[in-house]
Ligand binder design. Structure first.
Ligand code: TAP
Length: 452
């Protein structure tokens, strides 16, 4: 049995029996057997089932949110957003079964048409940082496309996924169409990669494991979507509204205690504005409310586990260039204060590696070219922000930065109706948005001879 621990209190809140390799195989076979009838559910009916699933999730949003606060230490405000995000993503992709168009392409001698065929059983491997949204971004379009799903939550955060699986059944999604298999990555996740009946893997997590999954999947030419790490830049030009940029900066990196692949964990500030920015930023960091995540006022909770706390702390040794820090509770829980490192050189470990905690590095630059060069001086390319009042510069720099999801004068990354994903080692493929169904379908081309 696996103890599930509340990271804010270190108390055991549940015990979950991990799925074995044999049980995983059985679930995969059952998902495969459920596939023919699920894919042949009439489009309108599949849409109705997904809409009903969305409604049931929304009806249970508060329960799911409370569960996530207890299991992952998310602030209650964030957790409510996350539960409703699952409902929204289901509602959005409920519009898809009736719009799964093929094309008719002019050819001589007959008619040529394409069909978007569901790929089969999809294995979704979810990390612990956003257990609900990341599960939903995978299963909603997969189910809409007519695939069946086996889903492995992270071992430390299985509770909301298990509940979502129950709610799917309650909504009328047939048995074995969406199966939640809590357990270890090296057991359950590994079987998803190895089992030939799983035709596609959607993996979110570390680049290291993502590389292994891609290599394993290659043996069967198994399709993969990978959402991996990030080291995104928040680029602040001197002509920006510095008050706004500094006030928003903590929330661009410390949200979810920095355990966010989109965290803007490098702040690049134009040299002439550096002193003023740091002054404003210090006040903003001091204002971040790091406290009991059940409180409505809480803006940041604890880190996920003791071992992750140790990893994050390893990026802030005694001689680290700490410019200033925020505050956090003492006592039980894996609390880490918002921490600002400056000056940090581009070669430093904290500038290059994903910390996945509330630690941000500040570096200065001279001009646009240097800003783009520094932003791109990383293996990752997931997200990023640009603060400037010059819209031409905002666009030039957006085009220059090698990253999948950028925002100008804000830190927003994810809207479920726009594409999300990374360049370089941040991943492969895109989730969300109008094209996500492409990741769960194969294009079939059929020619019908009409001449003889
Ligand atoms: P990972 O080890 O990558 O875990 C992510 C998921 O993959 C978990 O469900 C995990 O299962 C599973 N997994 C692990 N090894 C596997 C394997 N060999 N085959 C199939 N599935 C496997 O991430 P982590 O340990 O949770 O975090 C480590 C670092 O990864 C973090 O510090 C952070 O830098 C990065 N990270 C990035 C993201 C995003 S969104 N990009 C999310 C989480 C973590 P278990 O539960 O058994 O580990």
């Amino acid at each position: 049995m696996h103890d599930v621990i509340n990271p804010a209190t270190e108390e055991v809140i549940a015990t979950v029996r991990p799925t074995s390799a044999e049980e995983t195989d059985e679930a995969i076979v059952r998902a495969h057997e459920a596939w023919p009838s699920w894919r042949s559910v009439a489009p309108g009916e599949r849409a109705t089932l997904l809409r009903r699933f969305s409604d049931v999730v929304r009806d249970h949003a508060e329960e799911l949110a409370q569960l996530e606060v207890a299991n992952a230490g998310h602030t209650i405000g964030n957790a409510r957003w996350e539960a409703n995000n699952v409902a929204n993503v289901l509602a959005y992709y409920a519009g898809a079964p009736e719009r799964l168009f093929g094309r008719q392409i002019p050819v001589p001698g007959g008619i040529d048409m394409t069909f978007q065929e569901p790929i089969g059983v999809v294995g979704i491997i979810v990390p612990w940082n956003f257990p609900m949204p990341i599960a939903g971004w995978g299963f909603a379009p997969a189910l809409a496309a007519g695939c069946t799903v086996v889903l492995k939550p992270a071992e430390v955060t299985p509770l909301t996924a298990i509940r979502l699986g129950e709610l799917a059944l309650e909504a009328g999604i047939p048995e074995h169409v969406l199966s939640i298999l809590p357990g270890k990555g090296s057991v359950v996740g590994q079987r998803f990669v190895e089992h030939p009946l799983v035709r596609k893997i959607v993996f979110t997590g570390s680049t290291e494991v993502g590389e292994q999954i891609m290599a394993g999947a290659a043996r069967q030419v198994k399709r993969v979507t990978l959402e991996l790490g990030g080291k995104s830049a928040n680029i602040v030009f001197a002509d920006a509204d510095l008050e706004k940029a500094a006030a928003a900066a903590p929330y661009g990196v410390f949200d979810n205690a920095g355990q966010d692949c989109c965290a803007r964990s490098r702040i690049l500030v134009q040299r002439s504005a550096l002193d003023r920015f740091m002054e404003l930023f210090e006040a903003a960091v001091a204002g971040v409310r790091v406290e009991d995540p059940t409180l409505e006022t809480s803006e940041m909770g604890p880190l996920i586990t003791r071992s992750h706390f140790e990893t994050v702390a390893g990026f802030v040794p005694d001689d680290a260039p700490v410019a200033f820090r925020g505050t956090c509770p003492t006592g039980p829980g894996y609390w880490f204060p918002p921490t600002v490192l400056s000056p940090v050189a581009p070669g430093d470990r904290s500038f290059r590696e994903e910390i996945f905690g509330p630690v941000v590095s500040v570096t200065s630059f001279e001009d646009e070219d240097e800003a783009i060069r520094l932003a791109n001086a990383t293996d990752f390319g997931l997200s990023g922000s640009i603060w400037t009042r010059d819209i031409g510069r905002g666009l030039r720099v957006s085009r220059g930065v090698e990253t999948g999801t950028l925002s100008v004068n804000s830190h927003s990354s994810v809207r479920y109706w726009t594409p999300f994903g990374g360049f370089k080692k941040s991943g492969l493929g895109r989730e969300l948005g109008p094209d996500a169904l492409d990741a769960f379908t194969e294009t079939k081309n059929v020619f019908i001879n009409t001449e003889d």
